[in-house]
Structure formats: C-alpha cells, structure tokens
Design a protein around this ligand. Sequence first.
Ligand code: SF4
Ligand code: SF4
Length: 217
Amino acid sequence: MGTYFKNIWEGIWTVLVGMKITWSHLFTPAVTIQYPDVKLKLPERARNRLYVNMDDCIGCDQCAMACPVDCITIETLKSTPDVDLGLTSVGTKKRLYVPRFDIDIAKCCYCGLCVPPCPTECIKMTDVYEFSEYERNNLIYRYATMTPAEIDAAKTKLAAYEKEQAEKKAAAPPKPAAPAPARVPVGAKPAGVPAAKPVSSPAPAPVDPPENPENKS
Ligand code: SF4
Ligand code: SF4
C-alpha cells in the first residue's frame, strides 16, 4: 500500500518539476522567429548559393580546378581571329566562348574554394540559401548563355578556319634544312675562335732603397 501512494506522489512531483521549468520560460523573451515570414540577418561572409556572371567569364577553368568535389563543369570553344568577344569588366580580353558552365549545387559543399582563384571575380557566393527542389536535376545550375544555334555556328566557323589554316600550311614551300654543324676533333680549336693571347706577368714596381741613417743631419 505504501509503494502505491509513493508511486502516485512521484508522478505528481515529476509533473510539478516539469511545470516549474515551463513556467520559468513563460516570462522570458522568445528566441524563435516566425520563419519564413521573419528571417535572420546572415553574416557578411556567409557562404550560400553560387552565382556566375557569364559576361565576365573567360573560361579559364581555374574555379573548376579548385573545386574539391568536381561539381563545376566548363566547356570552352576557341573563337576565330576575326571575332572580338570583348572585354570583361576588369579589362581582361575574352578569347574563348563558354558554351557550357554547369554547377551541380547538390554536390557543392560550400567551401568557397572556387571563388578566390577567379581572375575576373565573376563567380561568387550569394546570400540565397532557400533553393530546395523536388527534382535533383533541378539543382544543376546552367549558367552558359549561348544558344544551341550560336554554339553550332561558332563550331562550324572554327572548323572552317582550322581547315583553311591546315591547307595553307600544306601548300607552303618546305623550309630549307639548316646546315649541320661541322664536327671538331677532340682537342682542336674550333674555327672562328681567336687564339688565346699569352698572359704576361706585370713588371715589379720599383722599390725605393732604405734611407742611410748616416746621411741624416
Ligand atoms: S563552393 Fe566548393 S564545392 Fe562548391 S563549387 Fe565552389 S569549390 Fe566546389
Ligand atoms: S575562374 Fe572565373 S573566369 Fe575562370 S572559368 Fe571560373 S568563373 Fe570563369
């Protein structure tokens, strides 16, 4: 019988202890926010979704080489000499088309290693952190701005240019072979090398005889 009442008392006591903690938090300021209506301000250097400004990308591949998880895929295409692709905003001349620039953000670990090597500062971390998707493929961001028609046109033009260059090279007369250097026997002086002059030792400088102490007055 004693154990029965003891168990009842322990149950009541446990509830009272729990309620004491609840009551103590009832009169303290709330630490939660009403997300997504209210959002916390992110630190200045927070690392979130990447962004690439393709107007400034020169296709140098530095960001892809720095990525530890290989989530950046870049394809480039040479432009022909008659095409001026312009300059980036930092004054770097663009020489390559970039028909493909994909970032698989599902693989990205937000390390930020791809940002510092970029010579034109066109890849950067943004403050966007809400980009969940139902389909994994939607997390592959395709930044390239060239259309398939533009890519095909650039490829065709480059192929024609390379063919023309190859034809010109094949039609050019062969260059005369340079004469082989004459063989010089071991120990013999090669032709055209002047004979070494004998080295004469310098004449000794005259030395004044020591003064006779008897001549001193
Ligand atoms: S943040 Fe890191 S993991 Fe993500 S793309 Fe850049 S280098 Fe790769
Ligand atoms: S490092 Fe910068 S310029 Fe080079 S490919 Fe990457 S984003 Fe483009």
